[in-house]
Design a binder for this molecule. Structure first.
Ligand SMILES: Cc1cc2nc3c(=O)[nH]c(=O)nc-3n(C[C@H](O)[C@H](O)[C@H](O)COP(=O)(O)O)c2cc1C
Length: 361
């Protein structure tokens, strides 16, 4: 279990100090929102508030699940949660697996609830932990319920991270039975369950299976943002594990770009969170226009949080201002108006869309 804490700490250093963005684009550069020379709305009248999962958010932004379970995580989660509280955002914590075996680590997650008493707080567990792995039994439903209640969480994200697991030497690669396990968890927990990819995107067919299994939302976690294939590749290189290092590099571009995954998952009757390479308010506007309900940002939030609360508040403030400007320039007073705005899809993203629509996939 000390291993998990060390890995989580490595993730902080690697994602903020090394090149973890893959060569594939999340697709935002291919999306053009139609400019309105006559916005016919005042910038000050633009309203970013949304209602999702039955809850009101002051802006459609989620501080994506990142950390917990090691020494530095407590202060980071405190800073991230302060930003969620200040700006009325949703916030996720990182995988809570470490705290199951070492209850003394619980405070590194629970601090998020203490610093953001009213925020929409998302608990986190890995899908691989819901089925028996080689050296570890599956988590029981009681343990999963405890993860949620220990933080008074408002939702539970089940992360789907098999790309990361296959690169990690000795990773949890048993996946048979996961969908059934997700079905059981979704039926048992009292809060919405969000199926959350972590860098390879969710296709429409997978989204439909997850919907049928009872999940209440999808976080597309598309490619083009932080790549955990690259993160694990660096960790393997540091341990001179050449085959894993190379596999991670090969898989860095695997999966559906975030914009494509949003298009695939939108309109299926489930709230969609667009995470993966969303870097500024303009990216966010494009994701929302494509049909996501919220956008999630991880790595830039972490980098800013490492600098301090002022840097984090400045990043979020600028992000939301840019998003407001994008609504203004498209003549959108609300996020719902933005969805109706005309757009052009170009480049590689258009090729993906055409082939998926033509059933050539
Ligand atoms: C340091 C770090 C740790 C992460 N840990 C988790 C995790 O424990 N559970 C999870 O669901 N996602 C985790 N993620 C993935 C993010 O939630 C997000 O899906 C991914 O980083 C893509 O977003 P980005 O491009 O904005 O970084 C982590 C991301 C980072 C940067």
């Amino acid at each position: 279990m000390a291993d998990i804490s060390a890995r989580k700490a490595d993730h902080i250093d690697i994602t903020t100090q090394r090149g973890v963005t893959p060569s594939v684009s999340p697709g935002w550069d291919d999306i053009h929102l139609m400019h309105r020379s006559l916005p016919e709305v005042d910038l000050d009248a633009v309203d970013l508030s949304v209602r999702v999962f039955g809850r009101a958010f002051r802006a459609p932004l989620v501080i994506a699940s990142m950390t917990g379970g090691h020494a530095r995580a407590e202060e980071l989660n405190r800073r991230l949660a302060r930003a969620a509280h200040e700006f009325g955002l949703a916030i996720g914590v990182g995988s809570q697996r470490a705290a199951i075996r070492r209850p003394e680590l619980l405070s590194t997650y629970r601090v998020a609830r203490e610093a953001a008493p009213d925020a929409f707080l998302i608990a986190n567990v890995g899908a691989p932990q819901l089925v028996p792995q080689r050296n570890e039994p599956a988590l029981s439903i009681e343990q999963v319920l405890e993860l949620v209640s220990s933080m008074r969480a408002d939702a539970l994200a089940i992360h789907l991270n098999y790309v990361q697991e296959v690169v990690q030497p000795g990773g949890d690669t048993r996946a048979a039975g996961c969908l059934e396990a997700i079905r059981h968890v979704s039926a048992a927990v009292q809060v919405p369950v969000i199926a959350k990819e972590t860098g390879a995107g969710i296709s429409r067919s997978q989204a439909l299976l997850l919907k049928d299994a009872g999940v209440s939302g999808l976080d597309v976690g598309g490619s083009g943002g932080t790549s955990f294939a690259l993160v694990e590749s660096y960790r393997a290189a540091d341990r001179e594990l050449g085959a894993s290092e190379r596999l991670g590099q090969l898989l860095a571009t695997w999966g559906l770009p975030t914009a494509i995954s949003v298009i695939e998952c939108a309109g299926l009757g489930l709230p969609v969170i667009a995470t993966g390479g969303v870097r500024n308010g303009l990216d966010a506007a494009k994701a929302l226009a494509l049909g996501s309900d919220l956008v999630g940002v991880a790595r830039p939030m972490l980098s800013a949080a490492l600098e301090g609360t002022d840097a984090l508040f400045a990043y979020v403030g600028e992000f939301l201002h840019t998003l407001r400007v994008a609504l203004f320039l498209t003549g959108s007073r609300t996020v719902a108006d933005l969805r109706a705005c005309q757009r052009v899809v170009a480049g590689q993203t258009a090729v993906w869309v055409q082939q998926l629509e033509a059933g050539l996939q």
